[in-house]
Design a protein around this ligand. Structure first.
Ligand code: VG1
Ligand code: CO
Length: 544
């Protein structure tokens, strides 16, 4: 086996965003582009020499080629063992579980998550550390630094490995273990939820649809829902992972999972319960018959009911939500007498809180929720959580949410995305908000009085690291909120996200249509930031 040192030139744009490095496929296909980034990661992850690395991806276009390159680089960088999913597949939460189970030094996950796939679409790569979670900002900053100075990388010259069969092989001194990507994950789920109770639910005629969106969760959902829980064979739709996700956008929301939404809204014939997951399997959408559960409500319901499920029967230590996520879960935490932490957007900020045992459950408005069982958000976990809760309470998803609102009040909540806007215009818009932040305090806007306006800064309660500029918060005296921030996962121009929230305690007013309930705040959000005229857009591209 020939060990090679390849001379290379640094790229200036390898800065990881909210969740790893995401670029268009042709960018990753440039000579040395992927290699430079992987070498930079190996250089910063100085604990992996002689240790184990977990490797896999969501099966999108370029996954196969990238895996072969990374294996050869891992062998040349002195990694002792790589655990790789068969066919190079691993969902993000399954990769996290494997890192923890095998006490690996870390893992590389190939995915651009909810972004489209294909030769001209998106690819991504991210590194997870030994706790199974996304590397913290200090790590990704260091990788970016190295990537700007890199002059050479290490690789072995050898044939590609056949990843189609489970086996233990050698590449130079390195062992490559090709494993079933699903089994360990499915076993873990069986420990957390009452599979017997859910099996009973299905055998009583309960109907469900799970939309895998031609992304990674197809094989996981078939094994768990059909094989292990006895759901009908047509439960999983779009279950075959495709390199381009069938041309779709593997983002489980009302816009992109419209096929499922139509089925769930088809009147009394609709299945009892629906769910969907994203490209890499860490997001979830929960939908009842004619009833959409917002991710923020889902998180609050989970926190309030976790003790009813086997994996959480001892109760939960605390909860956390990303800053733009609605404060519904805070009300639950208040009542339970536990802490609710508010973190910046991105799962990496939950890792320390989970490791320190400060929280057991956490989530984001962006269709992500999870618990201390892994260190990633986990789409199928959330689906099973809801199934088990439905089986336990013998109530529909809608009834569970309505009861929750009567007890805790309802947080009307929506996110408006303006996609692919000019980066300079987006930055100017945010800067203008920053500039007027202090002047906004105390002002009355329509029927709302501004309590304060600031640029969110987070101090990690475990390691005291500070993350600034995490989004502009416009907080009103009655607790209503408008949040503005720029996406860190896009690959084209900038995406402005505007998050709007209003609390309603009165159960007689829990039946409004969300956009209507938020109408005045939506107008205020546009006026304060001057979105329409600055961006030249009449309406958001996506409303969730
Ligand atoms: C988005 C979401 C964020 C999520 C991130 C990664 O980030 O808003 O909540 O953690 O995607 O999710 P941004 O910076 O575009 O708003 V995934 O499923 O794409 O790994
Ligand atoms: Co994802």
């Amino acid at each position: 086996m020939k060990y090679q040192t390849i001379s290379t030139q640094a790229f200036s744009d390898q800065q990881p965003g909210t969740s790893g490095l995401r670029k268009k496929v042709p960018v990753f296909q440039q000579p040395h582009y992927l290699e430079n980034f992987v070498q930079s990661v190996f250089q910063v992850a100085d604990n992996i020499k002689g240790h184990t690395l977990v490797l896999g991806g969501d099966g999108r276009y370029y996954n196969k080629q990238a895996i072969q390159i990374i294996l050869k680089m891992a062998a040349a960088n002195g990694i002792a063992r790589v655990i790789v999913g068969q066919d190079g597949l691993l969902s993000t939460p399954a990769a996290s579980a494997l890192i923890r189970k095998h006490r690996a030094a870390g893992g590389l996950i190939l995915s651009a998550s909810h972004n489209p796939g294909g030769p001209k679409a998106d690819f991504g790569i991210k590194y997870n550390i030994s706790n199974g979670g996304p590397a913290p900002t200090s790590f990704t900053d260091a990788v970016y630094d190295v990537s700007k100075r890199i002059t050479e990388y290490y690789i072995v010259a050898t044939d590609d490995i056949d990843l189609g069969t489970r086996a233990s092989l050698k590449m130079g001194d390195m062992t490559v273990e090709i494993i079933d990507p699903v089994a360990d994950y499915a076993d873990l789920m069986e420990q957390l939820f009452d599979f017997k109770r859910i099996r009973q639910l299905f055998s009583n005629g309960f109907k469900m649809r799970f939309d895998a969106m031609h992304a990674i969760t197809g094989p996981y959902a078939s094994e768990i829902l059909h094989n292990r829980l006895g759901a009908d064979v047509d439960t999983v739709m779009n279950g075959i992972p495709l390199e381009d996700f069938g041309g779709g956008h593997p983002d489980p929301n009302l816009v992109h999972a419209h096929e499922l939404v139509e089925i769930m809204n088809s009147g009394s014939q609709a299945p009892d319960f629906g769910a969907a997951s994203d490209g890499d399997g860490d997001r979830n959408m929960i939908i009842g018959r004619n009833f959409f559960v917002t991710p923020s409500d889902s998180l609050a319901v989970m926190a309030a009911n976790a003790h009813l499920l086997p994996g959480y029967k001892k109760g939960i230590s605390g909860v956390a939500r990303s800053m733009p996520t609605s404060s519904a879960v805070d009300r639950v935490a208040d009542q339970m007498g536990i802490n609710s932490y508010e973190t910046p957007t991105g799962w990496k900020f939950f890792g320390n809180l989970l490791d320190a045992g400060k929280i057991s459950i956490c989530g984001e408005e962006s269709f992500g929720s999870g618990s201390d069982h892994v260190r990633e958000k986990d789409g199928l976990w959330a689906v099973l959580f809801w199934l088990d809760l439905i089986a336990c309470k013998q109530q529909s998803a809608e009834q569970i949410v309505r009861d929750h609102w009567s007890e805790f009040g309802r947080n009307y909540y929506s996110r408006h995305d303006y996609e692919a806007i000019d980066t300079n215009i987006a930055n100017e818009l945010v800067q203008a908000l920053r500039d007027q932040a202090s002047a906004l305090t105390g002002q009355t806007l329509g029927s709302y009085e501004v309590d304060y306006c600031d640029d969110f800064s987070y101090t990690d309660p475990v390691d005291n690291s500070i993350s600034d500029h995490q989004g502009i918060r416009l907080i009103f005296k009655d607790g209503s909120r408008i949040i503005y921030r720029l996406s860190g996962t896009g690959t084209e121009g900038a995406t402005l996200r505007v998050y709007i929230e209003r609390f309603e305690a009165d159960s007689d007013k829990h039946d409004m249509e969300t956009q209507q309930a938020l109408a005045e705040l939506i107008t205020i959000a546009d006026q304060v930031a001057d979105i329409k005229s600055r961006c030249g857009r009449q309406a958001p591209d996506v409303i969730t």
